[in-house]
Design a binder for this molecule. Structure first.
Ligand SMILES: [Zn+2]
Length: 501
C-alpha cells in the first residue's frame, strides 16, 4: 500500500542547499540520507566511470515530482503575471473579470483537459472615494480604509467626537457615552480569529447605543503604516452605520489623545455602496483521471481579493500554487488514476458565495469527491497539512505524505484540523477537507492591505508549496486504495466560519 520513499542523495544535497534557512535537520529521513555512502556531487569528473549496478535505490515517481516542482519557475512567473498585469480582484469589479479570463486562459495553456466557468450570485459592493481627518484639537489626515460591505456616509462627511475604547468590555462599561459619537476600537492583536470579531461585529454593537460611525484599529499584529480592510456584517436589529479601519499608528494616536482628555473629533467621508447582487464566476480546470475519472481530488484557492495591493498572498498564492501543482503532474507525464480538479473560487472575501455555488452545482457528485484542499494562508515556508476528517483518515494521509516531510525538515506535520472557507460548504456535507499549512508568522502583516504585493513572495517557499500540493495530489489521485474508512460527516467543521480569511 504505502510505497517506501528512498532518498536520492544528489537530490537531497540540492534540497539542503535550497533550505539553508531551515532549522537543523533532525528528522529520521534526513539521518538516513546522511548515513548513506558519501557522494560528492560537486566533485569534478575527470575520468569516465564504468557503468555498474546502481548503488542507490531509484527515485520514486513522487520524488521526481517533488524535485521537478522545486526546480520549476512556473508558479513564481504566473503569480507575478497575476499580481502585476491583472491586479487586485474584488468580486464584481473589472479586475475580477480580468482575473477570470486570465485563469481560464492560463489553465488551458497549461494543458488541462477541460476548463470552464460556473456562475455564482454574489454581493456587489464598491468603495468609491474615502478619507478621514482629525479636526480637533489639531488637524491631520488619517490613513483609513472602509470595511467591505459597509455603507457610506450618505453623500456628505460625518463629523463627531471620538469615543475610544480598548475592547468589548470597556465599551460595555461605557456604552451610555456612545450616542452621537464615532466609536474607535483600539483593540490589541490577539490572533486573527479573536481580533477579527471587532471588524465583523463592531459597527452593529456600537450602533445599538447610538454611535454614528465605527472605526477600528487595523486587524494585524504588525503595521508599517498601511490600513487593513476586510468584510464586516450588519446585524438586522441595529442601525447601519459606516465602518472603517485606521492604521495601527493612527488608531493609537487618537486613543492616546482621548486618554489625555483632549476629546478629539474626526471627519469621515465614505462613498462605499452596497448594490444589488450580481453574477460572478468560479473557474474550474480539470485533469481527467485515467482509471477512475469519476473520482475527484479537488484543490483550490480563491481568485477574488480585496481591492488594495495586488493580493499576492491573499490569495494569488493559493490560486497559482494549486494550479501549478496539478500542472506539474502533466509535466512529468503522471496522468493520475483519479481526476484532479482545480477550483479558483469567487467571492471568498465577501461571504463565501463561490463556495456555496460550488456546493449547489455539485451536490450530486459530492460522494465522489475524495478530498477538497484549500490553500488560503499565503505562500510562506511549508508546514504540512491539516485534515478535517476522523483520525484514521488523518493517519492514512500522514503515512502517504511522509516523503513530503523533506519540504520542511523538522517542521512538517499532517494533523487533524480545519481546511478553508470556500471548501467548508462541501466539507460540512461529508467531503474530507484539507488545509494547506504554512508559517503564518508574517501573513497578517500584509493581509488585506496595500502591502500585499508580489515582493512579499519568496520564490523558494512558493516552489516548496507547489511541491507539497503536487505530492498531496499524487498520493491521493494515484494510489489505488481509498482513503481510510468513510468520511466522518459528524465531525465538527473546524473550518473558518468568518469570511475574509
Ligand atoms: Zn483569502
Amino acid at each position: 500500500m504505502q510505497k517506501r520513499a528512498p532518498w536520492a542523495v544528489p537530490g537531497l544535497l540540492v534540497l539542503l542547499g535550497l533550505m539553508s534557512c531551515a532549522p537543523a535537520a533532525t528528522t529520521s529521513s534526513v539521518m538516513t540520507a546522511a548515513s548513506a555512502p558519501a557522494v560528492k556531487s560537486d566533485a569534478p569528473q575527470t575520468e569516465a566511470i564504468a557503468p555498474g549496478p546502481p548503488v542507490l535505490p531509484p527515485q520514486t515517481p513522487l520524488d521526481k515530482l517533488i524535485d521537478a516542482a522545486l526546480a520549476d519557475n512556473y508558479a513564481y512567473d504566473k503569480l507575478g503575471e497575476l499580481c502585476d498585469t491583472v491586479g487586485p480582484r474584488l468580486t464584481g469589479s473589472p479586475g475580477h473579470e480580468r482575473a477570470v479570463a486570465w485563469s481560464v486562459a492560463t489553465m488551458k495553456a497549461a494543458g488541462f483537459d477541460s476548463v470552464w466557468t460556473e456562475p455564482a450570485t454574489v454581493p456587489y459592493w464598491t468603495r468609491g472615494e474615502e478619507w478621514a481627518q482629525c479636526t480637533y484639537p489639531l488637524e491631520f489626515d488619517l490613513d483609513m480604509i472602509s470595511m467591505g460591505l459597509s455603507d457610506g456616509t450618505g453623500g456628505e462627511p460625518i463629523e463627531a467626537e471620538i469615543m475610544a475604547v480598548r475592547d468589548w468590555d470597556e465599551f460595555e462599561a461605557r456604552q451610555d457615552e456612545a450616542a452621537g459619537k464615532i466609536v474607535l476600537f483600539n483593540m490589541p492583536w490577539e490572533g486573527y480569529g479573536k481580533t477579527v470579531r471587532y471588524r465583523v461585529n463592531g459597527a452593529s454593537t456600537v450602533a445599538r447605543h447610538g454611535a454614528v460611525a465605527c472605526l477600528i484599529r487595523s486587524v494585524t499584529g504588525k503595521s508599517l503604516g498601511a490600513p487593513h480592510t476586510g468584510m464586516m456584517r450588519y446585524a438586522d436589529d441595529a442601525p447601519r452605520i459606516p465602518m472603517a479601519a485606521l492604521t495601527v499608528e493612527d488608531a493609537g494616536r487618537l486613543y492616546r489623545m482621548c486618554e489625555r482628555g483632549l476629546k478629539p473629533r474626526v471627519r469621515l467621508s465614505m462613498e462605499a455602496t452596497n448594490h444589488d447582487s450580481t453574477t460572478s464566476y468560479n473557474v474550474i480546470g480539470e485533469i481527467r483521471g485515467r482509471e477512475k475519472p469519476e473520482e475527484i481530488i479537488l484543490v483550490s484557492g480563491h481568485l477574488d481579493s480585496w481591492d488594495v495591493g495586488t493580493c499576492a498572498q491573499d490569495d494569488g498564492a493559493g490560486v497559482v500554487l494549486t494550479m501549478a501543482a496539478a500542472r506539474q503532474l502533466l509535466q512529468q507525464g503522471l496522468r493520475p488514476r483519479r481526476t484532479v480538479r482545480v477550483v479558483h473560487f469567487t467571492c471568498e472575501e465577501m461571504g463565501g458565495f463561490g463556495g456555496r455555488a460550488y456546493l449547489n452545482a455539485h451536490r450530486a457528485e459530492l460522494d465522489r469527491h475524495i478530498l477538497a484542499l484549500e490553500s488560503d494562508s499565503g505562500s510562506f515556508a511549508p508546514r504540512g497539512f491539516t485534515v478535517d476528517a476522523d483520525s484514521a483518515i488523518v493517519a492514512d494521509l500522514a503515512r502517504r505524505m511522509a516523503p513530503l516531510a523533506r519540504l520542511a525538515p523538522g517542521e512538517w506535520s499532517v494533523n487533524q484540523g480545519g481546511s478553508g472557507f470556500d471548501v467548508s460548504f462541501i466539507v460540512k456535507e461529508g467531503v474530507i477537507g484539507v488545509g494547506h499549512r504554512v508559517d503564518t508568522t508574517h501573513y497578517f502583516d500584509v493581509h488585506h492591505s496595500r502591502a500585499d504585493t508580489f515582493e512579499k513572495i519568496d520564490p523558494d517557499e512558493l516552489a516548496r508549496n507547489v511541491a507539497g500540493v503536487a505530492g498531496l495530489i499524487y498520493v491521493t489521485a494515484e494510489f489505488p486504495a481509498d482513503l481510510g474508512p468513510a468520511p466522518a460527516a459528524s465531525l465538527p467543521g473546524g473550518t473558518n466560519s468568518v469570511g475574509g480569511h
